[in-house]
Design a protein around this ligand. Structure first.
Ligand code: ZN
Length: 329
């Protein structure tokens, strides 16, 4: 307990300072970890969100309604796929939330997460349970909850740019030990939709809600989106030095960022891959924490504003008053 308290102190102090500095302004709207955590639990309450199942369909409706309530334009991209665990062809659904701020000419940036859950618990210590689907609190629900809460904060803080919130289906149905069957939703989007959306860069979030959060740089991100990755970790290390490390993972992690880097769009993956309950039945809400979601969420919001949300300020002298006026970049 004590160790955990010490670990989050720098983060709490920074947050407190930010809140005080920005008191009375829109900047006081912060990422609410508790609110995000409720969305994590709500998804888990549907049951395992395996593609083609009823909980999967219910969760798709849930995500769409959350995005609609925030005033985003919502689209659903349907596709067919086959995984090592699907019994034949299965229907996939990518969910797309479109956010437009005041500046329609700004670069389009994507934030992504997968919302399906793994159909098997192949890493579970109990062999008899390995064929059953997992609940995916961290591996699935955490990224979705994070994205929806980020959308709320950016909207309330009147983020001026353009964003795509991408919720990919069929990320987690691959064959362990091979590259087959993973990331089918993001692959489909990368193959079929890049002509519709001129995405300049992306950030993928996966397994960012666990209680013992430690996020390290990922090798595909470092190789193909080096600047973006470096800048994100510089900020993250400043804000949450105990939850982020500069020591990269030993191997590349195949995730929903990979198909986009392959197409030349820099896309980083923010993931805690040292999660001990990965692909087991222990990946449940009690292994996750609102504080972890809040740490990553607030860093993400700050990073988005800092990197893509700048508005040039011009002076407009009118009747003796200085007016700060927004102008295009
Ligand atoms: Zn997974």
């Amino acid at each position: 307990m004590k160790r955990a308290a010490i670990k989050i102190m720098p983060y709490v102090l920074v947050l407190l300072c930010l809140s005080l500095c920005a008191f009375g302004q829109e900047e006081t709207v912060q990422f609410d970890g508790k609110r995000a955590f409720e969305m994590l639990k709500a998804q888990c309450a549907f049951g395992p969100r395996v593609p083609g199942s009823l909980p999967n369909a219910q969760c798709a409706d849930y995500i769409e309604s959350k995005l609609c309530n925030l005033g985003l334009t919502v689209k659903r991209q349907k596709f067919n796929a086959q995984t090592p665990y699907s019994n034949g062809i299965v229907a996939g659904n990518n969910i797309i939330g479109i956010y437009s701020g005041d500046n329609p000419t700004s670069d389009l940036i994507a934030l992504s997460a997968h919302w399906d859950t793994r159909p098997v618990a192949d890493k579970d210590p109990e062999p008899s349970l390995r064929s059953k689907p997992i609940i995916g609190a961290n591996d699935g629900a955490s990224g979705v909850a994070l994205l929806i809460e980020i959308a709320r904060v950016l909207k309330e803080r009147k983020y001026p740019g353009r964003l795509l919130f991408l919720f990919f289906d069929l990320e987690d149905g691959g064959n362990a030990g091979s590259n087959n069957g993973w990331c089918l939703g993001s692959q489909y989007f990368a193959e079929h939709s890049l002509g519709d959306y001129d995405i300049k860069a992306g950030i993928n979030f996966d397994m960012i809600g666990d209680r013992e959060l430690l996020i390290r740089p990922e090798l595909i991100s470092m190789k193909y989106a080096a600047d973006l990755n470096k800048e994100f970790f510089e900020l993250a290390k400043k804000r949450a030095p105990y939850q982020f490390s500069n020591k990269p993972y030993e191997t590349p992690i195949l995730d929903d960022h990979a198909p986009f880097n392959k197409k030349g769009i820099p896309w980083i993956n923010i993931i805690d891959f040292d999660y001990p309950f990965w692909h087991t039945h222990e990946d449940t809400p009690d292994k996750c924490s609102p504080i972890s979601l809040e740490i990553v969420g607030n860093i993400a919001v700050e990073f988005i504003f800092q990197r893509w949300g700048k508005i040039k300020k011009t002076l407009d002298i009118k009747e003796g008053h200085e007016v700060i006026k927004k102008s295009s970049r």
